[in-house]
Design a protein around this ligand. Structure first.
Ligand SMILES: Cc1cc2nc3c(=O)[nH]c(=O)nc-3n(C[C@H](O)[C@H](O)[C@H](O)COP(=O)(O)O)c2cc1C
Length: 188
């Protein structure tokens, strides 16, 4: 399962949120057979350009790595801050690279870590719109708001509150159950 932050910053709450599953357990989390990996190359992605995303021609290394990681994942969990009422431009750029492949029919969910009164609703409405456009399988029961105020982040940059860790484990479990259900349906 791929964990994806919409922030370039190493200090953002959503990044801490995204990394927390790794601090709750050993570095690679195994939760009822779930193995997570963190995508941390958002900052390396070039601006999306359709001229550089042509069928049959090789992609630049960073977008190629992004698509390879997406292809390898059974599910994707997003966490993004809100910038100016919508998604950060750098994260929207990542999503633009997925229009050509990588997320179609893929189970996805998001954790909204915003502690602001508006709950970063604009960012998450935009994320839903893009993930619907790209044909993902949005797992509604795994999409969750877990406010992570700055005060709850420890000096290591990880969420220190065990209750938050438990809720994140619940999100991962819901996503994993959805993947398992789909496999059972496909095998039937
Ligand atoms: C350029 C910029 C624009 C932002 N715009 C919004 C916004 O529209 N709505 C909001 O709730 N927070 C906004 N924020 C705050 C970020 O979402 C916030 O930094 C993020 O949620 C991480 O929280 P933290 O700073 O407590 O770690 C903005 C931050 C920056 C740097």
């Amino acid at each position: 399962m791929e964990l994806r932050s919409g922030s370039c910053s190493s200090r953002e709450a959503c990044g801490a949120d995204r990394r927390t599953p790794h601090c709750c357990r050993p570095r690679t989390l195994t939760l009822e057979g779930v193995v997570t990996s963190v995508y941390d190359r958002l900052i390396d992605l070039p601006h999306f350009n359709p001229d550089e995303d042509v069928d049959g021609e090789p992609l630049a290394p960073a977008p190629a790595d992004l698509r390879a990681q997406l292809d390898a994942a059974d599910a994707i969990l997003f966490s993004t801050p809100e910038y100016a009422g919508t998604l950060p431009g750098s994260f929207k750029n990542l999503l633009d690279w997925t229009v050509g492949g990588g997320t179609y029919d893929k189970p996805v969910a998001w954790v909204n870590a915003s502690a602001s009164p508006t709950g970063a609703a604009g960012a998450h409405d935009s994320l839903r719109k893009v993930l619907t456009y790209t044909g993902t399988d949005i797992v509604e029961r795994a999409c969750t708001r877990i406010p992570v105020p700055r005060s709850s982040i420890g000096p290591d940059g990880l969420v220190a509150d065990p209750a938050v860790g438990e809720r994140l484990a619940g999100v991962l479990t819901a996503l994993a159950e959805h993947v398992a259900e789909r496999r059972r349906t496909d095998d039937a």
